[in-house]
Design a protein around this ligand. Structure first.
Ligand code: SF4
Length: 276
């Protein structure tokens, strides 16, 4: 009876952002996914606007193969009143244009037979009682059963662990959305997954097989069990509080010492001048 009820229950939806929020601060996770409170708008931050604008332009470039079309899209995005902190005349606007031109070079360097821009899907895994959100910026078929996926990066510094997780999810998105390519020898293909940073030029590469995609699903099923079993939503503040949309109403985000450390006096130290 209990097994039947479990089978009827909806799969637990899990995404990279949801896992990241749970790891970062459980109070943030609770506010974001469990509280039912209306979400405040994201803090307006110029790097975020630049990143979104450049991604939008890169998707258009992948679709159209025409830099002018994609550049116009980026220009319109940055001129929106909501994005004026990165509008024309700002250093962020110049940065967005530079990153896009690096993106045009990257696009021209990929010689493939077919390509797909932004694939974004849910991957249901009933045996693991989880449904995993998976997305990737670009997929290329390079011929001879060679595949490549690309996750465009625009930050000054990338977090390698987070980048690898995103590539694994991107790989899952590719295998699931292009299911008809997953048969026969194509099923055995090793996919070259690249996190391509348009600011630094760095490429972080992972070579991924179908078994790796299955392992990713299993990993997210285990994470889902862990997150669902959690009942403690204590805040754990950190540098990321500045990027948290809930910060204005979060007293725990203040950087303070634990109360019982406040009376701790610094050590006197040796007076070196006294020895001379
Ligand atoms: S502001 Fe910081 S401590 Fe508060 S919920 Fe957000 S991440 Fe957690």
């Amino acid at each position: 009876m209990l097994a039947m009820a479990m089978e009827d229950a909806p799969l637990f939806p899990l995404s990279f952002s949801k896992v990241a929020s749970f790891r970062r601060c459980r109070k943030q996770y609770w506010l974001e996914y469990l509280s039912g409170q209306e979400k405040p708008p994201d803090p307006m931050n110029p790097p975020g606007i630049v990143g979104k604008g450049v991604h939008l332009a890169m998707h258009n470039l992948c679709d159209s193969d025409d830099p002018e079309v994609a550049r116009d899209e980026l220009d319109r995005y940055l001129r929106m009143p909501a994005h004026d902190v990165a509008g024309p005349g700002t250093e962020w606007h110049d940065l967005a244009l530079r990153l896009f031109e690096a993106g045009v070079e990257a696009h021209d360097s990929i010689q493939g037979e077919d390509r797909w821009s932004e694939k974004d899907t849910w991957v249901p895994y009933p045996a693991g009682r989880v449904s995993v959100s998976a997305r990737i910026d670009r997929i290329d078929y390079l011929g001879d059963n060679r595949w490549q996926i690309v996750d465009w990066k625009t930050n000054r510094v990338d977090n390698d662990e987070a980048t690898d997780s995103q590539l694994d999810l991107g790989h899952l998105a590719m295998r699931v959305t292009l299911k008809h390519y997953g048969r026969g020898e194509k099923r055995e293909a090793v996919v070259r997954a690249i996190a391509w940073n348009l600011r630094t030029g760095q490429q972080r590469v992972r070579l991924l097989t179908r078994d790796d995609a299955v392992a990713t699903l299993k990993k997210y099923a285990a994470l889902a069990r862990r997150i669902q079993a959690n009942e403690d939503f204590t805040a754990t503040r950190g540098r990321y509080c500045g990027f948290c949309r809930w910060q204005p109403a979060c007293p725990e985000s203040e950087p303070t010492l634990p109360a019982d450390w406040e009376d701790v006096e610094p050590d006197e130290g040796e007076d070196e001048s006294a020895e001379e």
